[in-house]
Design a protein around this ligand. Structure first.
Ligand code: DC
Length: 205
């Protein structure tokens, strides 16, 4: 039997992480946010002024702790306004995307019970043969309110839409609805309702 892989793609503020974590808990499978890898590589670049590295090691998944060469990075330091913008800019480069995709394949091979992974190109590019592909969306005003709250009012609506615009219009692996994906709207549904919807669709696969 093929390993269970569930991908969740969608714009920022659509609730991918919350849904992904809830699915991972319900099904007892690993959750992983691909954006965290773009963020940590960007942080390393801002630290060292270099995009290259020799060693990349995931020390812990929950909470995320990553070692790149002699530098250690913690999840709590990856969700800053600066990294929101700069990781989205760096993610336009094909070489960076290839590096991240290799790391994600490694994460998948280590996730013995299965994987739920969220991002922008999980179902379209990195895991095209996933068991279930989800495109999670929500209305613009709801997404921006969520993001502004999550950033403690540091981000503005303009910052968020500029980032989405970049992620959607870039040449390499833009955010799209992956082929074969189910689209879920996360406007007024509870997390439990969304998880139930996912389980129902999973049973149909
Ligand atoms: O999901 P996130 O906000 O943590 O991602 C940060 C940035 O990383 C996002 O604006 C674009 C980039 N990213 C990407 O290009 N592809 C992915 N699969 C995940 C994130």
């Amino acid at each position: 039997m093929n390993k269970l892989i569930i991908t969740i793609d969608g714009p920022s503020g659509s609730g991918k992480t919350t849904l992904g974590r809830a699915i991972s808990k319900k099904l007892d499978i690993t959750f992983f946010s691909s954006g965290s890898i773009y963020r940590v590589i960007t942080k390393h670049f801002l630290n060292t002024n270099s995009l290259g590295f020799e060693n990349f090691e995931i020390i812990s998944l929950e909470p995320l702790e990553i070692q790149i060469d002699q530098h250690t990075y913690f999840e709590k330091d990856l969700y800053t306004k600066e990294l929101n913008t700069k990781s989205s800019q760096l993610a336009q480069q094909i070489e960076i995307r290839e590096t991240v995709n290799n790391i994600l394949k490694f994460v998948e091979s280590s996730a013995e019970n299965g994987l739920v992974v969220e991002g922008r190109d999980m179902g379209s590019v990195v895991f095209p043969n996933a068991t279930l592909k989800i495109y999670l969306d929500a209305d613009e005003n709801i997404r921006s309110t969520r993001r502004i709250e999550q950033s403690n009012n540091q981000e503005t609506t303009e910052d968020i839409f500029e980032r989405d615009r970049r992620d959607i219009t870039r040449k390499n692996s833009p955010l799209v609805v992956p082929k074969g994906a189910i689209t879920l709207k996360n406007n007024t549904s509870t997390v439990d309702e969304l998880v139930d919807e996912v389980i129902k669709n999973l049973e149909l696969q």
